[in-house]
Design a protein around this ligand. Sequence first.
Ligand code: PLP
Length: 462
Amino acid sequence: MKYLSTRGGEKDLTFKNILFSGLASDGGLYVPDVWPQINYNALKKINNYSELALEIIYPFIGEDIKKKELKDLIDNAYSKFSNNNIISFKNLKQKEYIVELFNGPTLAFKDFAMQLIIPIFDHYLLQENKKLNLIVATSGDTGSAAINAVNQSKKINVFCLFPKGRISSFQKKQMTTVHGENIFPIEVDGTFDDCQNIVKSILVDREFSEEFSIAAVNSINWSRVMFQIVYYFYTLIENNISENEAINFSVPTGNFGDIYAGYVGIKMGLPANKLIIATNENDILDRFINSGNYSIENVTRTTSPSMDIAIASNFERLLFDLYDKSSSLTSKKMNELKNNKFFSVNSEQSDLVKKIFSSKKINQNEVNDLIKETYNEFNYIIDPHTAIGLGASRSLNQIGDNNFILGTAHPIKFSDTVEKAIGQPMQSSEEFNKVFDNEEKFYSFKNSTDEVRNIIKDNYSK
Ligand SMILES: *Cc1c(COP(=O)(O)O)cnc(C)c1O
């Protein structure tokens, strides 16, 4: 498998190349040059998550890692999940399922990618006896997933930027109470997009990022997308869905990474009909689907902070496909966005999008109502992100469809919001209490690149 940049500046790269560099030097995102094809009916024979992951992921990695080694890495990564089946399902109404993606060590779907990416980095670093400085911008869940995974690595430092006052206290504590020597949680006085911009500016400075062996594991890193494809297939297989049935996935969406993995799944042979972009008030994608205009607005702070974004970073990958893999048209649109905070597509591209995607915005009052209703009706607690997925799914449901709502986080991560909605305290376990009780340690920086550069310089390992 070879990879190229959506903006045309780089091509013929291997998986290893793009794993380490994350963002292309022309500012574009890496994509594979072809979609590997999978026969869904043949895949149905596999009912073990790790085995399925191996079949789906291996073609994207190719010769870079031996299949047997990849198998061990995958088995080991998913052995850290609390549920033996990795994913559990909660059937609410008829043909309406919550896909519980929060059985990993940090209780959100980000663990699916992070628990595997870090050992894969380590695998390469051990071969070459090198160290790595990872930089991450997080709206909450990516950071804790990265810190948990890196805590076990002897080869990696992680510098984790999170926006001040814009993540839940549980999310913050998951990052700030780990205290490893190789772990640097950094609070930035700005928004998630400010954190992301700091990361981008460090990454595009090739001289700096090479000198200090820097890599990024943001949602723009292709490998994160790749590991998330697996659960779309697994969901349908585990629920004995045949390819002729009507199937929708509703995905609580921020940076468009998770739902884009579903899109890649469809390109590979996943028999899904619709992917529903479920957004909160930060609705750039919902506005795009409705109007064909992609325009940046200010970020609104909501009770689903992991979706509080102004730009959906992975959207560029879809745009590239909409323009039939034209890097010049993709670059043109992305430049318009940079200069004017806006671009639009014509009806040809709009129609292509709407064949696969629908969208729905769910506001915070609706989120509270959905959490409360679900608790009262099913004695089941959902987190605010999952509630957005559920609300979007219900508003677009057609009778007879199978609706799978990705449950992206455990409700304990957002207990403040959840407890208000259900009107009583949530039960917590000893493991969760530990997170609440430990002392917090973190850095607090202005919204500027300099301080982040300095802390990397002062602490990097060769
Ligand atoms: C990251 C995250 C999302 C959004 O996923 P994207 O890949 O950014 O679209 C939704 N819900 C939760 C809980 C998350 O952590």
